[in-house]
Design a protein around this ligand. Structure first.
Ligand code: ARG
Length: 447
């Protein structure tokens, strides 16, 4: 059912309908659309634009639809254009023509922006929560290897010995920044576009700040044109997801290298590996490879949306319908990759003997010699030279080199233990905060 047939004498050509239709992907906005319809209904009711018996009828219809959408009993049909038209059809089928009264003071333009924001908030919270589980797996793995010496690298060359737990632990902090980004994003995204109407605001005196509060937003759009046109929250969410994807990809690359027979450090669990159809001996780190590969797709979704927004006139243009598939795809992709990488990290074991044997190789103790000479008063430039020519470094040990690094963030055992216990406490605190936000969101959705 189209919502706009009035001035047209012909229905759209099949090709036009096929091109402009979005219900096959935007149907997943249905629960958010219904919830924002309830908020809109309340504001219509409180401004006495709807008779109370009509309002009650509409509310009962919406509540029935909420259940039927959740159970899959109500579905879009082949004539529905988008989620909004499908749900309006559903409502009028249930309660008759009065269902159309909900359209007063609202446009699909502010409606779709609101629905997509609610969807994005709901899913970004879930992603933040999933990231904390990966952090837990990294903390556990880092603790398991917090006494295992290994070579550390720069330029993929042996540089200085480190504790392998320190190597694993670095990833925890990248994901902590990603969660920070989600938290910042939530603050900025918490502005409701509902009430912006088509672009000029509501002429019926409906209070946008009231629907905003009802939907859990902190405020409503300060400019109705911006309200319906702003998709910064989509682009920013896609950037955050891409950044998480890049972090996962770097884990993937590391795992692939460590699992080679040349390195032979990582033993990836069978459940997180795959075999080859032709070479029976093969065990491939496909999870790590897909983590690396999917990052490309996430970055593609981000650049696609930025390109769509660039130069787009104000206010609403149909181009904006192209914001949804990339966002849905990035969210779905990340929610596939995160648990798989979490499981891979949790179940991989590392060969302590091989890592320890490699730790002193490649003159990796040369810095210790230079540091030793500096402590004895030799200028660093001379010490640097002497360290490679002298055989003094043979008398230095990997354990000594590691233990001497005691400052915040360093690889020494005590510094690493503190890093890991701080990270564990921070992750717990983040989990508590996020689950409170998740609960508040689902509480809002159920009202
Ligand atoms: N399906 C549309 C979208 O996703 C909904 C808004 C349509 N608005 C309009 N003026 N045609 O953007």
């Amino acid at each position: 059912m189209a919502l706009w047939g009035g001035r047209f004498s012909d229905a759209p050509a099949d090709a036009v309908f096929a091109l402009s239709r979005s219900v096959h992907f935007d149907w997943r906005l249905a629960p958010y659309d219904l919830r924002s319809s309830l908020a809109h209904l309340r504001v219509l009711q409180s401004s006495s634009l709807l008779k109370s018996d009509v309002a009650q009828k509409i509310e009962a219809g919406l509540r029935e639809l909420i259940l039927e959408v959740a159970s899959g009993k109500f579905l879009p049909n082949s004539e529905d254009e988008d989620v909004h038209s499908a749900l309006e059809r559903g409502l009028t089928e249930k309660i008759g023509e009065v269902g159309g009264s909900l359209r007063a003071g609202r446009s699909r333009n502010d409606q779709v922006a609101t629905d997509l924001k609610l969807f994005a908030i709901d899913h970004m919270l879930d992603i933040a929560n999933q990231i904390t589980h990966l952090q837990e797996a990294l903390i556990a793995k880092a603790s398991e290897y917090s006494d295992a010496p290994a070579p550390g690298f720069t330029h993929m060359q042996h540089a200085q010995p480190i504790l392998f737990g320190h190597e694993i632990a670095k990833h925890i902090h990248a994901f902590a920044r990603d969660i920070d980004r989600i938290t910042d994003w939530l603050t900025r995204t918490s502005v409701s576009p509902l009430g912006s109407g088509a672009l000029a605001g509501s002429g019926l005196g409906l209070a946008p700040e009231v629907t905003a509060r009802d939907l859990g937003f902190t405020g409503s759009s300060a400019n109705s044109i911006d309200g319906v046109s702003d998709r910064d929250f989509v682009a920013e969410a896609l950037f955050i997801i891409s950044m998480v994807g890049v972090h996962l990809s770097r884990i993937g690359e590391e795992w692939c290298i460590w699992a080679t027979s040349e390195f032979g450090w990582a033993k990836v669990a069978d459940a997180y590996s795959t075999g080859s159809s032709i070479m029976p001996q093969k065990k491939n780190p496909d999870v790590a490879e897909l983590a690396r590969g999917k990052a490309g797709r996430l970055i593609g979704n981000l650049t696609g949306v930025l390109a769509m927004l660039k130069g787009l006139p104000f206010a609403y243009n149909r181009d904006l319908q192209e914001d949804k598939e990339p966002l849905f795809d990035s969210i779905d992709t990340l929610r596939l990759v995160l648990p798989a990488v979490t499981g891979m990290v949790a179940t991989t074991t590392f060969d302590r003997g091989k890592m320890a044997a490699a730790a002193p190789q490649g003159f990796s103790l040369a810095t210790e010699v230079a540091d030793f000479l500096v402590r004895a008063g030799v200028p660093f430039a001379q010490a640097h030279e002497a360290s490679l020519t002298s055989d003094v470094h043979n008398s230095l040990t990997v354990a000594g080199a590691i233990a001497s690094r005691k400052t915040i963030g360093a690889t020494g055992g005590a510094a690493l233990a503190k890093q890991l216990s701080d990270a564990a406490a921070e992750t717990k605190a983040t989990q508590v905060k996020i689950s409170a936000q998740i609960n508040a969101f689902s509480e809002m959705m159920s009202q």
